[in-house]
Design a binder for this molecule. Sequence first.
Ligand code: ADP
Ligand code: MG
Length: 246
Amino acid sequence: MGEILRAENISKTYQAGRVVVKALNRCSFSVERGEFVAVVGRSGSGKSTLLRILASFDKPDEGKVYVEGEEISGLKGKKLAQFRQEKIGFIYQDYSLFPEYTAYENVLLPLKIAHQAVDKEQLERLFEELGITDCRERYPDEMSGGQKQRVAVARALITSPQLVLADEPSGALDSHAADALMQLFEEINQEGQTILMVTHSTKAASHAKRVLFIKDGEVFHQLYRGNMNNEELYAKISDTLTMLTT
Ligand code: ADP
Ligand code: MG
């Protein structure tokens, strides 16, 4: 096993005009290889900020991020690009698809950039499991939010990254599509990929093996699934959220 990701005392402050927002406040936790971790917190609790810093899209004011023991804030230029390409699949909260490319082209882009061959079977299977086969030739503005979100998931998974970082990946999905996505996450996790997902959805989080609770930019509590099934974990997360916010 071993540790794949570690956040150490991450702080991040935003300044919008005169207003200063402490988005992350000495946030620390680690993720073992093979885990499926959900980070749960309300809107504005710092989830997206945290995920962007973990993927090194953004720099923390203070603190360090380690991936496989290597401090990623030390990486620059080509090494940084290579690190993202090889290790991380990132699912953006706002999808971030390229409008001038079809769904297919968007999903194939990471392979192209990494000069990797396309596994046609894997590609078709991903589209099928995500229920977006009809969207293959469509451009982003010809798709619904939920369809775009699933295309963004396919794009993050096409390179079979060791570490999947997902920002509210079911945020635009109906309950059926959300369940299918979480089942896909469970599958790829069973096959060895590590998943860190941030979400405000208790339902989505109930598919994880461990749940971290974030509030005011800080991870302050966690739950392990243990022997609980999804329904039991769902109830436990709900109870915990109620207890912690009252
Ligand atoms: P979450 O994803 O949990 O909703 P975010 O990480 O997006 O939370 O935001 C955490 C806090 O930081 C919020 O108060 C948000 O308004 C603020 N924030 C996020 N990004 C910026 C930014 N670029 N400029 C100013 N404030 C920001
Ligand atoms: Mg967010």
